[in-house]
Design a protein around this ligand. Structure first.
Ligand code: MG
Length: 274
């Protein structure tokens, strides 16, 4: 048995047909973006989706929470709109995450994840303590269902992330490590950061990207192996830290057919490196 499986991140807007296609291509598991609010709030539609996912029969390792109004256009917009940072949307999103956790439970999935938003690097920042409190509440709610809540990495460096995890002090708060995000947000060398948070990593994204061209800007995502992550080094580091589990390939482009091509190439690349 190899120490890893290859999976696919099914981004917002995915369909059951695409899920079937991914399974037919030989991927062993998926992470799925949570359905829209309209689906979650409609018991019939929600149940139909759950039945549909179960009938495809591919393992779902994680359900990713996402929220209405999130935008990754640039760094200030991410700060304003993503995750739990903005007090204006925080409470509603904590509730929404609970709905998503219940949806995940219906699928037998024990991991819920999210981009929680920018966590301030400075303890003294007035936004830091509320971010500790908000994500701790989300995690405690997940714990009641026996679920892990994992943080998608990328918007903070390894040391800051480790301190944040320590300050929350929750045994079920873990890390979904995405090496490309650290490059896209310019938040530090990902391979080094993986070493720093290794003990907390429960899932990983295989994604690639190039550094931002300037301050306040975001880098650009590239097909696996064509960006600045260094996939050889990433895989070597995963082996070094003893990571065993799903390596979930993430490719964030809207064109599904191109995405499938890139996923297949990425799978072959990972297999050549493992
Ligand atoms: Mg990711």
């Amino acid at each position: 048995m190899p120490d890893y499986t290859t999976g696919v991140m099914m981004s917002v807007g995915w369909t059951l047909e695409q899920l079937q296609q991914v399974k037919d291509l030989g991927f062993q598991n998926v992470q799925i973006a949570a359905p829209y609010k309209a689906v979650l709030d409609s018991p019939d539609v929600r149940q139909k989706l759950i039945d549909g996912i179960k009938s495809v029969g591919i393992e779902v390792t994680t359900v990713f929470a996402g929220f209405d109004g999130e935008s990754y256009a640039d760094v200030p917009t991410v700060k304003e709109t993503v995750g739990y940072l903005n007090p204006a949307t925080r409470e509603e999103r904590i509730q929404r995450t609970a709905d998503i956790g219940e949806f995940a439970q219906s699928l037998g999935v024990d991991k819920v994840a999210a981009h929680v938003g920018f966590v301030p690097e400075e303890h003294e920042d007035p936004a830091y303590a509320p971010m500790v409190e908000a994500v701790s509440r989300v995690a405690d709610d997940c714990a009641r269902r026996g679920q892990i809540f994992s943080l998608e990495t990328g918007q903070e460096g390894g040391a800051a992330l480790l301190r944040y995890l320590t300050d929350m002090g929750r045994g079920n708060v873990k890390v979904n490590f995405d090496p490309a995000n650290m490059i896209l947000y310019g938040s530090g060398e990902p391979i080094e950061a993986l070493g720093i948070v290794a003990a907390h990593v429960v899932s990983v994204h295989a994604k690639d990207g190039k550094w931002p061209p300037g301050e306040g800007q975001l880098g650009t995502e590239f097909p696996l192996g064509q960006g600045d992550v260094g996939m050889e080094n990433f895989v070597a580091k995963l082996k070094e830290i003893g990571y065993k589990g799903a390596v979930t390939i993430e490719r964030e482009i809207p064109d599904w057919d191109q995405k499938v091509k890139d996923l297949v190439d990425a799978k072959a690349l990972l297999e050549s490196l493992y």
